[in-house]
Design a binder for this molecule. Structure first.
Ligand code: CMP
Length: 140
C-alpha cells in the first residue's frame, strides 16, 4: 500500500554532512520526500517524541543526544514506505546493521545511530502529526 513514514536524520549524521547522501538513498529506493524541515529540538519536544521510551534506561542519554544539534525531519512517501525505510536504515545497533545500510555506513553507536524511522503505519501517523501540520505535507 502507498504509505507515509516519519524519518529523522539525527545530529550525528547532520554533523557528518551526509544529509544529501541519505536523501539519495531514499530517492533511489523509490521514496519521495513530501515534507521536510531542519530543526533544533527543545528538550520538551525530544522527550515528547520519545515518550514511549520514558521508562527505559537509555531515555536521558537519548534525549541529550537528540538535542545536541539540529536534526533533519522528513516525511517519506511510497509503496510500503515504513518497511522500505527500515530496510534502508538497518538494525538499530549499527554493529548489527547489514552492510550497505544507512546505519552500517554512517552510524557510530546505538545512541548516535544516524537515523530514526517509524516502526509501523500507525506510529508513523502519530509521529508525522507531531512535527508537521497537514498543510506542510505535500501530495506528490
Ligand atoms: P530510534 O529509532 O530513534 O528510537 C529510539 C532510540 O533509542 C533508538 O533509535 C536508539 O538510538 C536509542 N537507543 C539507545 N539504546 C537503545 C536500546 N538498548 N534499545 C533500543 N534503542 C536504543
Amino acid at each position: 500500500a502507498l504509505e507515509r513514514t516519519l524519518s529523522i536524520i539525527k545530529p550525528d549524521a547532520v554533523a557528518k554532512n551526509v544529509i544529501g547522501e541519505i536523501y539519495a538513498r531514499f530517492e533511489k529506493a523509490g521514496l519521495k520526500v513530501v515534507a521536510s524541515k531542519m530543526k533544533q529540538l527543545s528538550r520538551a519536544e525530544a522527550e515528547g517524541f520519545y515518550a514511549v521510551h520514558k521508562e527505559r534506561p537509555f531515555f536521558n542519554a537519548l534525549v541529550e543526544f537528540m538535542i545536541s544539534g539540529p536534526v533533519m525531519i522528513q516525511v517519506l512517501q511510497g509503496e510500503g514506505a515504513v518497511l522500505k525505510n527500515r530496510d534502508l536504515m538497518g538494525a538499530t545497533n549499527p554493529k548489527e546493521a547489514a552492510a550497505g545500510t544507512i546505519r552500517a555506513d554512517f552510524a557510530d553507536s546505538i545512541d548516535a545511530n544516524a537515523v530514526h524511522g517509524s516502526d509501523a503505519a500507525e506510529t508513523a501517523a502519530v509521529e508525522i502529526a507531531y512535527f508537521f501540520a497537514t498543510t506542510e505535507v505535500h501530495a506528490r
